[in-house]
Design a protein around this ligand. Structure first.
Ligand code: UT7
Length: 310
């Protein structure tokens, strides 16, 4: 029995915050932000749209795409570090709004790697035969934990949500391998006190090393080579980090998902938003070998290799 993604959906808030807008708030400039990060603009949720609302909008789209009803869900996993409340979980709020009466529900806290942890968890429940339909959402409203006076961080982040429905797929398709990891000794480099605190250079070095390594590992685990990768979706944190991962795999520019320019770093949401966009615009096709890879606070990391299709 193989677990795979049978539906995708995403939601980003309407309000656009450009680099020029940020120039009016902190001592920064468009040139610095573009060249150091690749970010041109990001989306910011309004006060009345919280994390659970964005999660819901993306989940409805993914369920429609998968042709699965809320009441047929067995499990809801929400990767986020910006829940509406410490508890109840965003997953429980979704459970109510989706009418997913029989679904178990919990949030996953693994920062930007959270969606990878969610996919790997869903795979276990489906392939053991315990559950049939699992909803995995990555969602963040980072704008509420960003210090808008700190130019080191406020230019980087954005809000949004991406959702996937996982179920059983044909032999040879679906999530073929994964890798998850953590290094708590690096927790001091990226954490939330009241706001996000980050040692950018340390996180950068870790990310460049780990993304390339994990991406290669999940491909080798299934007995394939870097050359077999059709599409790479790296966590959208910084174009320079993403490019390093692409170069490590040795794949062409057009085979890597890039939306960091439009949305900035949306943490746990960045990979599922890119996945949803690129399935819908046809960049990801049936039978493609797709590698998803993320890293984040914790420190944490994770990668997944998927043979696309149902
Ligand atoms: O999801 C995981 C979350 N985190 C990440 O992925 C972050 C990983 N790290 C990075 O992406 C990069 O380290 C940053 C984009 C955060 C910074 O880029 P960098 O090339 O590592 O720059 P830096 O930290 O070495 O700073 C260079 C200079 C500093 O000035 P001095 O000390 O050289 O005079 C900063 O003060 O750039 C300055 N600076 C800025 N200048 C204009 C820092 N932020 C800004 C800013 N605008 N927004």
């Amino acid at each position: 029995m193989n677990a795979g993604i049978i539906g995708v959906g995403h939601y980003v808030p309407e309000k656009v915050l450009t680099n020029a807008d940020l120039e009016k708030i902190v001592d920064t400039n468009d040139e610095w932000i573009r060249t150091r990060t690749g970010i041109e603009e990001r989306r910011i949720a309004s006060d009345d749209i919280d994390t659970s609302h964005m999660a819901y909008f993306s989940a409805v789209r993914a369920l429609e795409d998968a042709e699965v009803n809320g009441e047929d869900l067995d499990l809801i996993l929400v990767a986020t570090v910006t829940p509406d409340y410490p508890f109840p979980s965003v997953a429980c709020q979704l459970q109510e709004r989706l009418g997913a009466k029989k679904a178990a529900a919990m949030d996953i806290s693994a920062a930007c790697s959270g969606f990878m942890y969610g996919l790997a968890t869903a795979k276990q429940f489906i392939e053991s035969g315990v559950y049939k339909n699992v909803l995995v959402v990555g969602v963040e409203k980072l704008s509420k934990i960003v210090d808008w006076e700190d130019r080191n961080t406020c230019v980087l982040f954005g809000d949004g949500a991406g959702a996937t429905v996982l179920g059983q797929v044909e032999d040879g398709k679906g999530i073929l391998s994964f890798e998850l990891g953590a290094d708590g000794t690096g927790s001091k480099h990226l954490y939330q006190d009241e706001y996000i605190i980050m040692n950018g250079r340390e996180v950068f070095k870790f990310a460049v090393r780990q993304m390339g390594e994990s991406a290669v590992n999940v491909v080798e685990k299934i007995g394939l080579n870097k050359e077999d990768v059709d599409y790479l979706i790296p966590h959208q944190a910084n174009i320079r980090i993403m490019e390093a991962a692409r170069e490590r795999l040795g794949i062409e520019e057009e085979k890597m998902a890039v939306n960091v320019n439009k949305y900035g770093n949306t943490s746990a949401a960045s990979i599922p938003i890119a996945l949803s966009e690129d399935v819908k615009n046809g960049k990801i096709k049936e039978d493609d070998l797709v590698v998803l890879v993320g890293f984040g606070g914790g420190l944490t990391w994770g990668a997944v290799a998927i043979r696309w299709g149902k």
